[in-house]
Structures are given as structure tokens and as C-alpha cells.
Design a protein around this ligand. Structure first.
Ligand code: 3PG
Length: 315
């Protein structure tokens, strides 16, 4: 069996989990599209992160392909319909990076509410800016608003409730009544999108990027929020209108933002320059779901799914 992996993963887990397979592991292959397409002729499975476009052109070059392993949960880089039409199974690593993303959201919220993220460099420059920071806010008693209430949002809510936050969530795919709103650390309040936006102190996005969610948080949505609210996006860049967010921050109509994902990745300089000079912003290079622990879990889950599928089909 032939497995092609054009993006980074835990190589030991890959090789140990697929013994006897021919493995092409080249984390730089994603940058060399022609080379990637050229080595798919005999591939039974491909394992990707979010940068490999698994589209009709790629599938055409992979006539034997039976499985796509996804080292994450976002599937916007994969043509699911084309895979389905060919009978190719797609395996996201559901659940494997939930905790990492949830911890990213909570830690960003705490740091932005307190305003402490810029302090090390200011102090190193000799700026004892005590007065500027003594109005930092506690997370306890604040309201977290979630857009989307899947498993990552739930892990985030569990932690927020344990820290004394109130949590409300908008998810049109879930019934307003039901046990799914009751978590081990408390109760989440289902709300309409408008109510979540208007009532929260911290907004966190947890929806995939689809035609329906593109720019779901636009200038109008941001305009409904409290002027000191924090916006956190560790979902997908296109869900929020980055230009509108930067404008709202610059105009002082929001309290701060943490962005881990961008409309284009890596973002062109003009996109990140929008946030230059803003003291209340954290920008990170799509790492919310990546940690030592989640990298291991994600690789293990993905290898297991691909192996089980290929073995099952071979029987
Ligand atoms: O979709 C995800 O789970 C995150 O984007 C992390 O996965 P990735 O690094 O493989 O994109």
C-alpha cells in the first residue's frame, strides 16, 4: 500500500502505524504542487493538513486513492463532493485538537482582558507602565459568546464556566432544548446570533468556513458588540471580515482581538499591516490546534483511521 504525506506530522507515528506500507513523507511537498501530483499515481491514501488542496485536479492524478486523512478538523481544503463521487473516504482528526484550541481561546481571552501581552517588551524598554494596566479585567463574571457549539466550542465552554464565566452560544444546527447545553462545569445558554453578539464580553468563533459562514462576522455584526468586547478567531479566517475588524479596533469600537487564522495563509503583508501598532491584538500563525500533546493525538488518530480503512477494504 502506498501512502503520501505532503505536510508535517509525527513521522514516527506514521511509520509505526502503517507497517509494510510504502510511505512518501515529505513535509515540503505541499509547496511543490507539480511534484506532489506526480507522485500520486500509485497512492492508496494521502494524509494532509490544511494547505494541500485535495481538489478535482489532484484526485485525477490519484486513480487508486481510497482515503484522505486530515491532520485537523477543518475540511475547507478538501473537495468532499468529488471524494464522495469517487468513493474516497475522508477522515478528519475529530476531537484530537479540541483541548489545544480551547486553551488557546481561554488564555488569549485572559491575557487580552488584562492587557498583559505587550508588557514584557515595554518593561524591557524601561517602561514601568503600571498605571496603563491597572484597569485590566478579570475573566470571572464575564460572558463568553460562542458562534458554533461543536466539540471545540464545548471544551472552551467547560473551561470558561469553571473560571466563573457565563456562556451563551449560537448554533442553528442544535435544538434549543436538550442535554447538549448542560456541561460538566455548568449550563450554556442557547441564544440567537444577535443576542450572543450584543451580550458577550468575549466572542469566540467555532464554525467551519462555508458559503454560509463567510464574513458572518462583518462590520454590522461587530457594530452590535460591546465597545470593550474581545474577539477571538481560531476557526477559519474567512469567517470574520478582517478589514472590518481592524477598522473597529483602530476606531476603539472593540476591546481587543486574537486571530490565529487568516483569509489567506500565510497572509500577505498588506493584510497583517492592518493591525500594525494596535496594542490590543494577538496574531498567531494558525497554531491554536497545535501543541506537543495534540500533535501526537492528531497523528495517532489519523494514522489509525487510514489504516483501518485500507485494511478493511483489503479484507
Ligand atoms: O482544522 C484544524 O483542526 C486546524 O486548522 C489545525 O489543523 P491543521 O494545522 O492541519 O490545519
Amino acid at each position: 500500500m502506498q501512502i503520501v504525506v505532503p505536510e508535517f506530522m509525527e513521522e514516527d507515528i506514521l511509520r509505526a502505524g502503517l507497517p509494510g506500507c510504502g510511505i512518501t513523507y515529505d513535509p515540503g511537498l505541499v509547496e511543490r504542487r507539480e511534484d506532489l501530483l506526480a507522485c500520486l499515481g500509485g497512492a492508496d491514501a494521502i494524509i494532509v493538513r490544511n494547505r494541500t488542496r485535495v481538489d478535482a485536479a489532484l484526485l485525477e492524478k490519484a486513480p487508486k486513492l481510497r482515503a484522505v486523512g486530515r491532520l485537523g478538523v477543518g475540511l475547507d481544503n478538501i473537495d468532499l463532493q468529488a471524494c464522495k463521487a469517487r468513493g474516497i473516504a475522508v477522515f478528519p482528526a475529530s476531537g484530537a485538537n479540541d483541548i489545544s484550541v480551547a486553551e488557546y481561546v481561554i488564555s488569549s481571552a485572559m491575557v487580552l482582558l488584562r492587557g498583559i501581552h505587550a508588557m514584557p517588551s515595554r518593561l524591557a524598554d524601561g517602561d514601568w507602565a503600571r498605571a496603563a494596566l491597572m484597569n485590566g479585567r478579570e475573566i470571572s463574571g464575564k460572558r463568553l459568546g460562542l458562534i458554533g457549539f461543536g466539540s471545540i466550542a464545548r471544551e472552551t465552554a467547560v473551561r470558561a464556566l469553571a473560571l466563573g464565566m457565563e456562556v451563551s452560544a449560537f448554533d442553528p444546527h442544535l435544538a434549543a432544548e436538550g442535554p447538549h447545553w448542560r456541561l460538566k462545569s455548568g449550563q450554556v445558554q442557547p441564544e440567537a446570533l444577535e443576542a450572543v453578539l450584543a451580550g458577550c464580553d468575549v466572542l469566540s468563533l467555532h464554525v467551519p468556513l462555508t458559503a454560509a459562514t463567510r464574513h458572518m462576522v462583518d462590520a454590522a455584526a461587530l457594530g452590535r458588540m460591546k465597545p470593550d468586547a474581545i474577539v477571538i478567531n481560531a476557526a477559519r479566517g474567512g469567517v470574520i471580515d478582517e478589514a472590518a475588524l481592524a477598522e473597529a479596533l483602530r476606531a476603539g469600537r472593540l476591546g481587543g482581538a486574537a486571530l490565529d487564522v487568516f483569509e489567506t495563509e500565510p497572509p500577505p503583508q498588506a493584510d497583517t499591516a492592518r493591525f500594525a501598532g494596535l496594542g490590543n491584538v494577538i496574531l498567531t500563525p494558525h497554531i491554536a490546534g497545535l501543541s506537543r500533546e495534540s500533535n501526537l493525538r492528531v497523528s495517532e488518530v489519523t494514522v489509525r483511521s487510514v489504516r483501518n480503512h485500507l485494511q478493511g477494504e483489503a479484507l
